[in-house]
Ligand binder design. Sequence first.
Ligand SMILES: [Zn+2]
Length: 294
Amino acid sequence: MKNAISLFTLFLFFTSSLLSQDFSKVIIKTEKITDELYVLFGAGGNIGVLAGDDGFVLVDDQFAPLSEKIKAALAEIGDGSISYTINTHYHYDHADGNKAYGPEGALIVAHANTRKRLMQENTITLPGRDPHIQEVYPKEAWPKVTFEKAIKLHLNGQTVRIFHPGNAHTDTDAIIYFEEANVMHTGDVFVRYGIPFIDGGNGGSVGGTIKAMNTILDIADDNTVIIPGHGQLAKKQDMLDFRDMLQDIWNQVAKAKKGGKSLEAIQEEDPTQKYQEGNMGKYVIQLIYSELGK
Ligand SMILES: [Zn+2]
């Protein structure tokens, strides 16, 4: 799971000040999945693209300062403008592009809580970092279509099923499944940089993420192409491995806590270190420990 691209993606996500990021060097790379579905890799979350006569439908939109580069990459795929942008969740490295495409007329679709969070200031606390303040978004960047549980769009020959898998990475998560193409965008509920960041301060939980993974795994089959929130394209087996990792960490923390061990003692033993070195494991242990106490 450790590779240069993923660590680079992580680095960008962890760069706490959006304004200090240098987007001039970012290259948008396009990968074709089917005749109508593509993924764009750049800075921040992966962008899913559905192309066709209804215009480009984006799943996540990275950063507003990258919009010209993103539009140049779309022009290589086909003609037309961006008609829809679907947000997988409220985090700025996935939704900042709303500020560019909303004013240009793209219809923004998201979970009701994403709209709520984009209308307010949010504090995102990554382990070992200063809290990141995500400012209130301008009105044109707010989703105009929202849902609580699920919604379907019928665009470019695809049934686009969008559903909330419960609170998982955040309390705003949406999974997007292109039914006919059998392609799924998971947002940050599933990522490929190792132990995931789960936004415990804003409704996310490890238990919820495991539960959401089980829901997604029921839909996916061995042919499903999965666009993760960060990292390269994946198959069902990769999601199984990810779910098993989280479940294993959960089970070990639960066992140790039941045996009377303190949070500090479990973090010292660190059942996450076989997966990845660093602060993220200790943070996930802390989340699980507190979730078990509920
Ligand atoms: Zn995220």
